[in-house]
Design a protein around this ligand. Structure first.
Ligand SMILES: [Zn+2]
Length: 188
């Protein structure tokens, strides 16, 4: 396995729609293993292929359960905590409710901002062997799936912010290097 370089915004690969995977071969499985290793090394809870410069529709997710994040209530343990997920060609088939979460992104170091998402999503996808599966996600898994599926559609989270917030974010990024205080270290 290998740790891949994470592409930082701005970069064309982050704004390009990735292509459907049609060959489920050893090369794909090696790539998926590298994505998981990269996600761990970078301390992210999710990663999309675009973020390592590859335009295949592949995302990886692993959300560790922490008994208490700083300044937060004890987090309820969900079925998806501490599980390793690989989604190839994922499609959101249904959404429900509304949820706002302060999101971070490995391609936008030190930027954390609230984004409007659906509270629940139903996803159909394939694993790295080409086996189809369906999944119903809530909470942070639902947020993470929407964030990562946006990535493979060439959409980054500042595109989901209001114009005002997106402009503030761009200014923050322009003065990168300045310390930015944040309460939530979750990056995807
Ligand atoms: Zn991201």
């Amino acid at each position: 396995m290998a740790v891949l370089d994470v592409v930082l915004w701005p970069a064309p690969v982050l704004e390009t729609r990735a292509s459907e995977v049609s060959e489920f071969n050893a090369g794909l499985r090696q790539f998926v293993a590298n994505m998981h290793e990269t996600m761990h090394a970078a301390g992210g809870i999710g990663l999309a292929a675009n973020q390592v410069g590859d335009l295949r529709r592949v995302i990886t997710i692993e959300i560790p359960w922490s008994e208490a994040r700083d300044g937060e209530e004890l987090e309820a343990k969900e079925w998806w905590h501490n599980k390793t997920f690989t989604f190839v060609n994922p499609v959101i088939t249904k959404k429900a409710g509304k949820f706002k979460f302060q999101e971070g992104c490995l391609s936008f170091p030190d930027l954390f901002e609230f984004v409007d998402r659906a509270a629940e999503v139903w996803v159909s996808a394939k694993d790295e062997h080409g086996k189809p599966f369906e999944l119903h996600a809530n909470g942070l898994l639902a947020v993470c799936l929407q964030h990562e599926i946006d990535h493979i559609d060439g959409i980054v989270f500042i595109d989901r912010m209001s114009r005002l917030k997106a402009n503030m974010a761009r200014k923050k990024l322009a003065r990168r290097g300045a310390p930015i205080t944040t309460t939530d270290p979750v990056k995807a």
